[in-house]
Write a protein that binds this ligand. Sequence first.
Ligand code: BTN
Length: 241
Amino acid sequence: FRFRRVSLGDVGSTNDEARARLDMLSGGPYVVTGVRQLSGRGRRGRNWVSPAGNVYASFTLTPEAPLSRYPELSFVAALAVSDAARSFVHEAGRVRCKWPNDVLIDGAKVSGILLETAQAEGRTAVIVGIGVNVASRPTDTPYAATALTEHAPDATSEQVFAALVEALTARIGRWERKGFAAIRHAWLERADGLGEPVVARLSDREVHGRFVDLAPDGALMLENDLGDMVRIAAGDVFRPR
Ligand code: BTN
């Protein structure tokens, strides 16, 4: 399959623009891009600073897999973003994936992914919204952020978008044919901080533990001081300081 592209200029959020065009799905998957977002959204109700020069893209599709497996796509997408980033950064090992779906270069966040679902003609579509900092990065974030051009000065948002489409198409195709196991394995190989202590911040508490695994359903597995395994289904992860 291939993603047909709708290329827009200033938008509120490309995820909303994708949602407004669900009738396009009758012709297969599509992607909506914007030059700039005036109300870009991040995970957990946060905002995503979206000046011109970066990638803002919302890939929209109706997977064959059941709805319960759609969350796996956030790992599929993060892997694809890391594939694309690796094609620009000299030492590929500096590009890592951070649970659940961030991509880091030298430990700083270069990309964020926001998955949303939408009803389209009796089927549930998924909108995979991907932002990649190419020319610029936000400065007031609680985590370290970076832009791809800090590591690959000549990279342009169009080049990065092209690499991303190619990688995502390939990764989704494999996921549909072979399932999540291969994705999970590849993601773990690129995982940031595997085996190291982390703090998971949930809505009502913090969990301290060692990051030991990614569960078959995508949950983060931590081992606490008592040696118990703790499953984290949703939250933010930090390195303890
Ligand atoms: C995060 O890390 O919090 C997720 C950020 C997701 C940003 C992308 S940019 C394209 C798409 N449109 C949005 O409004 N958000 C996503």
